[in-house]
Design a protein around this ligand. Structure first.
Ligand SMILES: *Cc1c(COP(=O)(O)O)cnc(C)c1O
Length: 342
């Protein structure tokens, strides 16, 4: 199977499996797992933050961050297709008792001007803003990347008003590759950042939440409360360390494969794709002109050994990663061209 449904489907590499086998472990709830401790130090260093916390999932990392930054009854500003809004089971409401103030954007990228107009001060009628959340790269907008200037402007404006900024950086390493800068430079102005080891970086499990030491210490308690206190988690952290060391250098290949896919898709009659927008590892394309629904195309593709999911009836999303090479992408394009023939 050529699996383009997500970059979460990557299997651990031989180096990761070896590191897992050999990992030194202890009880991480006691803070005694040397490999987890090493991963947390390394992640903090990469992000240029004081501390980092190993969490089982990106959703848990975002959930903890929202709770750390807000009080019940506040609003969290994010764009209208944000992962925290659409794909985290209303955790912002469930765990932090906040509501989301969603701002529509063209490409998932917020501007300070748009954010500024939605910030609410305390008053007799409205919930005050507690947090600004930005997603980089933006998943549902097709892996779009925040320009460094936009992040700096949003953070400067927010901080001037005493508001924190959290980055959902599930794929921030892809953003760094696309911009040719370090992750540290991207996340420098934000208060906290979550990034996934389990997506394009290829680790089997886990995400990191990085930020100021006092917040991360509180986050450790929230992680336990959410059921994320893991014991000999060094087995997992070992793979995460390899992912941080080895995978970022491979992301450029994923990006050029995504671009290749987008260019090929744009040539298939009835499919709309914009190769100029495929700047990282996600390609979103519109199949409405083919006369088939996404679900019908997915089913046909599956018969040729290709997995690609729809986002809705018209839009489909293909995600490249290290388990899919250029030849596999070419094969996926051929299968797609055949699948949409009447
Ligand atoms: C995948 C993803 C997450 C959450 O990660 P899980 O580990 O699946 O919980 C958060 N934000 C974005 C943008 C993602 O793509």
């Amino acid at each position: 199977m050529i699996d383009l449904r997500s970059d979460t489907v990557t299997r651990p590499t031989a180096a990761m499996r070896r590191a897992m086998m050999e990992a030194e472990v202890g009880d991480d709830v006691y803070g005694e797992d040397p490999t987890v401790n090493r991963l947390e130090r390394r992640a903090a260093e990469i992000a240029g933050k004081e501390a980092a916390l190993f969490v089982p999932s990106g959703t848990m990392g975002n959930t903890i961050a929202v709770k750390l930054h807000t009080e019940p009854g506040q609003e969290v500003i994010c764009d209208s297709r944000a992962h925290v809004l659409d794909y985290e089971l209303a955790m912002v409401a469930w765990f932090s008792n906040c509501v989301i103030r969603a701002i529509p954007t063209d490409d998932g990228i917020l501007s300070w001007d748009a954010v500024r107009r939605h910030i609410r001060p305390p008053g007799p009628h409205w919930a005050p803003t507690g947090l600004i959340e930005i997603e980089n790269t933006h998943n549902m907008a097709g892996g779009t990347v925040y320009p460094l200037g936009a992040i700096r402007e949003i953070c400067a404006g927010a901080h001037e008003r005493g508001l924190p900024v959290h980055m959902d950086g599930a794929r921030v390493f892809n953003a760094a590759t696309a911009l040719g800068v370090s992750v540290k430079e991207i996340v420098e102005p934000v208060d906290t950042v979550m990034f996934c080891l389990s997506k394009a970086l290829g680790a089997p499990v886990g995400s990191m939440l990085a930020g100021p030491a006092n917040l991360i210490a509180k986050g450790r308690l929230l992680r336990k409360r959410l059921g994320g206190g893991m014991r000999q988690a060094g087995i997992l952290a070992a793979a995460g360390l390899v992912a941080l060391d080895e995978t970022p250098a491979k992301l450029g290949a994923d990006h050029s494969n995504a671009r290749f896919l987008a260019e090929g898709l744009a040539r298939i009659p009835g499919i709309q794709a914009d190769p100029g927008k495929a700047v990282t590892n996600i390609v979103i394309f519109n199949v409405s002109g083919t006369g088939f629904t996404s679900a019908e195309i997915s089913a046909r593709l599956k018969q040729s050994g290709i997995l690609i999911n729809g986002i809705n009836e018209r839009l489909m999303r293909a995600v490249t990663h290290y388990d899919v090479d250029r030849a596999a992408c070419a094969q996926a394009l051929e299968a797609l061209a055949a699948a949409v023939l009447r």
